[in-house]
Design a protein around this ligand. Structure first.
Ligand SMILES: O=P(O)(O)OC[C@H]1O[C@H](OP(=O)(O)OP(=O)(O)O)[C@H](O)[C@@H]1O
Ligand SMILES: NC(=O)CC[C@H](N)C(=O)O
Ligand SMILES: [Mg+2]
Length: 502
C-alpha cells in the first residue's frame, strides 16, 4: 500500500508535501519521493528510506515550485531498488510525473504492447512506470501541441480501457496542472480537498483524508471510481467521469489495517468501522462461548486497539494495555523479508508481566496474515505468566493472495491458507481462536455507507472483482514475489539517478 499526495498552491509546496508524506508514512516505509514544478521545470528527489531520511535541507531547497506530487512506497511489483521509488518521470509528451497506489494485474501484456505498438522503453520492473507510459501514450496519440483539460480526461479514459487492477494515481503535467484519478472499481482510496487563501483557492489530493486535515485542507470528497480531477496550475478545478463501466468495490483491508483510524474513506470513518468490528466480534464470543473465562482483553498495538477496546466494553471485562510499543519501530507487516519482520515484532512489542500473571487473557489483533506477530506475542504472553491465552482476530482468516496493492502474493506464506481455524490456533500456539465472520466484517464497514454494494474481499473470499485473475496469474506472481525468490534477487543494486535533484 503506498501513499500519494499532490498540491496546487499559490506558495511553495515542498514543505507541505513533505509533511503529507510523514502523515501517510504508515502506507509505505520503503521509499519516498517528491517532484515539484517551477516555471515548467521539474525538480525531483526520491530514494529508499523513510521520509525523514530521504530529504535533507539541500534537497528541500531545490524542490522549488507551487505545485507538486509525492509518494511513499511499499512495493507490490518489481523490486525494492531505489530506481523504482516514485514519482516516475517521462519527458514526452509535455513532461509527466506520476505517483501510484495499487497494483496493475495486466502489467506484462501492457509492457509488451508499449514496446511493440507504442515504441516506448520501460526501464524498470515497476507496474507504475508502465502505467505512466500508458497515460503518456494516450496523451501523445491525441497529437496536440496545446493541451486542453478535455484532452487530459480523454487520456484517462484510454488508461481505463487498457489497464486492469487497482490504481489511485496523481500525475503532474509540467507547466499545466495536476491530475488525480481512480480505477473504475475504486479499489484504492483517494480524496481531494480545498483551502481558501487570499490569493485564491488551493487544492490537495491524497490517499487519505487525514493528510488533508493536517495540512488545513477541507475534504471535498473521494474521487469517484473511474473519475478524474484536474487542477490547473492557476488553481482552477475540473472533474469528469472517464469510465462507462463502474463498479465500486473498495478494498476492505484498508478499514481492517491499512488506513489510519482518523481517516474517512468513501464516507466511512475508519475508526467507527473498527469499533463496529469489535462489537461484532464480541457478539460472536457471547454467542458461541457464553461461559467463557476471559479475565482481561489486551490489544496488540497499534492497529487493533480500537476494536479491542470495544470488545472489552461489550464483553464487560477489563481492558489493559499489556504490550508496550516501541514508537521508533515501524509497521512490521509491510517490512520486506520475513527475517526482518520476525525480528521487528520482538523489538517493537514488550509485555508488562503484571497484566498477564495468572490471568486468562484474550489477545486481540486486527488480522492474522503470516502469523508472524501472533505466534511471537502468544509466547510472550505465556512467558509473562498468562494462564490461558485466547486470540481474537477482527478480520476473517486471510487465505488467498492479494493482487490489488497489498503485498501478499504467495498463498503458502499465509498462515490460514489450506488450514482450518483450529489448525491456525495450534500453529500460533493459542488456547482458543476467534475469527471475525466475513459477513460481519462487511456489515461493520458497510454500515458507514450503505450505498456501497460490494467490497474487494479477495484475500478472505478468493473472489477477484476485476475478473482477470486465474490460477496461471496467481502462480506467476507467487513464483516471482514469494519471500525466498525476492531475497535471492536481492534488493537491486543499480540506481537510476538521472532525474534526482541531488
Ligand atoms: O500475521 P502477521 O503477518 O504478523 O500480520 C498481521 C499483523 O501485522 C500488522 O501489524 P503491524 O506491526 O504491521 O502494524 P500496526 O502497528 O499498525 O499494528 C497487523 O496489525 C497485525 O498485527
Ligand atoms: N503498494 C503500492 O501501492 C505499490 C505501488 C506499485 N505497484 C509499486 O510497487 O511501487
Ligand atoms: Mg499490528
Amino acid at each position: 500500500m503506498c501513499g500519494i499526495a499532490a498540491i496546487v498552491s499559490h506558495t511553495p509546496v515542498n514543505q507541505e508535501l513533505y509533511d503529507a508524506l510523514t502523515v501517510l508514512q504508515h502506507r509505505g516505509q520503503d521509499a519516498a519521493g517528491i517532484v515539484t514544478c517551477e516555471n515548467g521545470r521539474l525538480h525531483l528527489r526520491k530514494d529508499n528510506g523513510l521520509t525523514r531520511d530521504v530529504f535533507n535541507e539541500a534537497h528541500m531547497l531545490k524542490l522549488r515550485g507551487n505545485m507538486g506530487i509525492a509518494h511513499v512506497r511499499y512495493p507490490t511489483a518489481g523490486c525494492t531498488s531505489s530506481a523504482e521509488a516514485q514519482p516516475f518521470y517521462v519527458n514526452s509528451p509535455f513532461g509527466l510525473t506520476l505517483a501510484h497506489n495499487g497494483n496493475l494485474t495486466n502489467t506484462e501484456e501492457l509492457k509488451e504492447a508499449l514496446f511493440v505498438q507504442d515504441q516506448r522503453h520501460i526501464n524498470t520492473d515497476s507496474d507504475s512506470e508502465v502505467l505512466l507510459n500508458v497515460f503518456a501514450h494516450e496523451l501523445q496519440s491525441l497529437g496536440k501541441l496545446h493541451l486542453t483539460v478535455n484532452d487530459v480526461f480523454q487520456a484517462v479514459s484510454g488508461v481505463h480501457r487498457r489497464c486492469r487492477g487497482a490504481y489511485a494515481v496523481v500525475v503532474m503535467i509540467a507547466g499545466f496542472g495536476i491530475l488525480g484519478f481512480r480505477d473504475p472499481h475504486g479499489i484504492r482510496p483517494v480524496v481531494f480537498g480545498e483551502r481558501q487563501t487570499d490569493a485564491g483557492p488551493e487544492f490537495m489530493i491524497a490517499s487519505e483524508s487525514v493528510a488533508l486535515n493536517v495540512l488545513g485542507f477541507k475534504l471535498i470528497r473521494d474521487i469517484a471510481p473511474g473519475e478524474a480531477v484536474f487542477i490547473e496550475e492557476s488553481g482552477k478545478l475540473h472533474t469528469q467521469q472517464c469510465s462507462d463501466t463502474i463498479d465500486h468495490c473498495p478494498c476492505i483491508f484498508e478499514y481492517v489495517y491499512f488506513a489510519r483510524p482518523d481517516s474517512i474513506i468513501d464516507n466511512i470513518s475508519v475508526y467507527k468501522a473498527r469499533l463496529r468490528m469489535g462489537t461484532k466480534l464480541a457478539e460472536k464470543v457471547q454467542r458461541e462461548w457464553p461461559d467463557n473465562d476471559i479475565d482481561v482483553v489486551i490489544p496488540i498495538p497499534d492497529t487493533s486497539r480500537t476494536a479491542a477496546l470495544q470488545m472489552a466494553n461489550i464483553l464487560g471485562v477489563k481492558f489493559r494495555e499489556g504490550f508496550m510499543k516501541n514508537r521508533y519501530i515501524g509497521r512490521t507487516f509491510i517490512m520486506p523479508g520475513q527475517k526482518m519482520r520476525e525480528k521487528s515484532v520482538r523489538q517493537k512489542l514488550n509485555a508488562i508481566d503484571l497484566e498477564f500473571d495468572g490471568k486468562n487473557v484474550l489477545l486481540v489483533d486486527d488480522s492474522i496474515v503470516r502469523g508472524t506477530t501472533s505466534a511471537q506475542i502468544i509466547q510472550m504472553a505465556r512467558d509473562a505468566g498468562a494462564k490461558k491465552v485466547y486470540f481474537a482476530s477482527a478480520a476473517p482468516p486471510v487465505r488467498y493472495p492479494n493482487v490489488y496493492g497489498i503485498d501478499m502474493p504467495a498463498a503458502h506464506e499465509l498462515i490460514a491458507h489450506d488450514r482450518t481455524e483450529q489448525d491456525v490456533c495450534q500453529e500460533i500456539g493459542a488456547d482458543r481462536i476467534i475469527y471475525q465472520d466475513l459477513d460481519d466484517l462487511i456489515e461493520a464497514v458497510r454500515r458507514g455507507n450503505p450505498e456501497i454494494q460490494h467490497f474487494d474481499t479477495s484475500c478472505f473470499s478468493n473472489e477477484y472483482i476485476t475478473g482477470d485473475i486465474d490460477s496461471v496469474y496467481l502462480e506467476r506472481i507467487e513464483a516471482l514475489r514469494n519471500d525466498s525468490a525476492r531475497s535471492e534477487r536481492g534488493s537491486g543494486q543499480f540506481i537510476v539517478e538521472m532525474q534526482n535533484c541531488d
